[in-house]
Each structure stands twice: as structure tokens, then as C-alpha cells.
Design a protein around this ligand. Structure first.
Ligand SMILES: [Zn+2]
Length: 153
């Protein structure tokens, strides 16, 4: 870290403090040359891709929007908040691991569905009907039949 006062390149860290609320690390540093002190903040940069929607417009990934979509799919069945947060976390991690700049909303839908299926099968079907944009009704019926098979096992 270069000293903002004299431009010297060696500074030592005096205090390191985690700022949990902002997911930041705050560091108090001292320049080894001019002995002046300054503060730096370090934060993790999330590497979430831009979403390309069905109408080809782009938007930033938003956990709030994903939560709304899941809640809408769950309807009156109410998936508990903790589970929804878990689903969102998994979706975000999956997207980050792919390390691509852009992803289609349909792709996000697929990842979300896969997770939703673990918690609530009806919500999953509702979400699927909205996001998967089945090309044929038959495809959708197959999906439901698959689920019913799972249920019987
Ligand atoms: Zn300095």
C-alpha cells in the first residue's frame, strides 16, 4: 500500500478490524517513511454475472429479485426464509464458480429450480412453469410425472 502523503511504498498495519456488517476489513496503517497514519478498507468483490432476460435486456443479479421470484412460486405454501436464503446462496455460488460475464435468466431459473426441488416440489413446479418456458406441454407433463415417481420411491 503506497502512502498517500509521501508516496513511500512500505507501510505497516497497526490495527486490523473486521466490519462484519459490510463484509469489510478495516486497516489502520502507518507509513514507515513519514510516520503518518491512514485507513484502508478491503472488501470481497462478488463476481456475479449480468443477467440476459428473455427480451434480451440486461440487468445486474439481484438477490432481492430472486427471493421475490421464489416467494411468488411458493405462493401460500411459504418456504421458510432460511431455506430461501440457502437457495439464493447456492445459486450465487454456482454462478460465481462458472466465472462468466453473462448468464441468461433461464439458466438462473434452472439452477434455482434444482435447489427449490429439494425444499418444496409444488413450488418447484410453479417456478418451472414460469421460468422454464416449456416448448411443449408434453415436456411439462413429463417433468411432473418424474416428480411423482420420486415421491413414490
Ligand atoms: Zn509517508
Amino acid at each position: 500500500m503506497i502512502c498517500p502523503f509521501c508516496g513511500f511504498s512500505n507501510t505497516k498495519v497497526i490495527i486490523t478490524r473486521e466490519v462484519a456488517k459490510f463484509n469489510e476489513v478495516k486497516r489502520r496503517r502507518e507509513c514507515e517513511n513519514c510516520k503518518r497514519r491512514f485507513t484502508t478498507y478491503e472488501r470481497i468483490e462478488r463476481n456475479l454475472p449480468t443477467i440476459i432476460k428473455k427480451d434480451a435486456t440486461k440487468e445486474n443479479f439481484s438477490r432481492e429479485k430472486l427471493i421475490t421470484a421464489i416467494q411468488k412460486a411458493a405462493g401460500k405454501r411459504r418456504i421458510n426464509n432460511e431455506n430461501i436464503q440457502e437457495i439464493c446462496k447456492t445459486v450465487e455460488i454456482t454462478l460465481e464458480e462458472r466465472d462468466t460475464a453473462e448468464v441468461t435468466s433461464m439458466e438462473i431459473g434452472k439452477i434455482t429450480m434444482r435447489e427449490l426441488k429439494k425444499y418444496d416440489k409444488i413450488a418447484y413446479i410453479r417456478f418451472a412453469s414460469e421460468y422454464r418456458a416449456y416448448t411443449e406441454l408434453k415436456e411439462f407433463v413429463n417433468e411432473i410425472e418424474e416428480l411423482l415417481k420420486d415421491e413414490q420411491e
